[in-house]
Design a protein around this ligand. Sequence first.
Ligand code: ATP
Length: 297
Amino acid sequence: MLVIENLTKSYGQIKVLQNLNLRIESGEIYGLLGANGAGKTTTINIICDLLKADNGQITINHQPISAATKKIIGIAPQESLLYKTLTCEENLNFFAKIYGLNRETRQKQITEILTAVGLLDRAKSPVETLSGGMQRRLNIAVALVHQPKLVILDEPTTGLDIEARYEIWELIRQLKNQGITILLTTHLLDEAERLCQKIGILKNGRILAEGSLNELRALIPASEIVVVQTTQEKEAIACAKQHNFTPRRYGNELAFWLPEPLELKEIISLFEGINIDSIARQPVRLEHIYLEVTQQF
Ligand code: ATP
């Protein structure tokens, strides 16, 4: 659906995108992860033809970017485009008109979309009277008004409470079930774990790793991770190394990769003679992979 090859973009001396390559298959949810400033919004703006790349190629549905490809993309940007004093219906009608939908199609589409995003009963409510979660769902609804094939969701749940997040995750799953391809940017790694069939990790304008969660897990050759609290860190690290545990520091936490599954009592016995306050076992998660790819350990 979307193929990006060797995309570059600089602002003066700052290289924002450096030979970025990315491929999104039709019908999948692709999660683009990256720290602030990694180049996510720049990439999105180029895909949407709001910004010109210096070099590289993008094809959408096998076509280079043009007025025609713009029509098959829907975008829900980080900064809401909604008019706060207009109602849900009026906002959707406004954006539908911009896409040139006739009156009859607009009415049908607006009812269908408001139903899909769970806001039909708020059709006549001004946006400013909606909760933050409802406004986000309406922001996504705007992206759907012209029935796009590729929907770009730029941090759709940032700042929302967990219930509002669940509602948006459900909505995203419904869009996928309808065959819509989704490019999702997020800082929430559990969001990407839950939703995405493919994940790309972006740093300094380059994709450093890309694949399904299972494929990315291969980057950490561990059966699980144990987080150890101890007053004798040096001794614990030395001891763990003897058993081929790989030490890692995640924030303030001292952790070890276990090369093979072990019973808890076996793990405890390996640290015998060291004052251990607690041991917590964790599966290998996207946050560990993300840190491994983006940090220098
Ligand atoms: P965030 O998660 O904070 O939204 P991002 O990954 O979307 O970050 P971009 O907004 O694409 O990052 O920015 C990438 C880099 O390009 C940053 O260093 C930013 O300061 C720089 N940049 C973006 N737009 C401009 C501009 N118009 N002029 C100069 N530098 C810019």
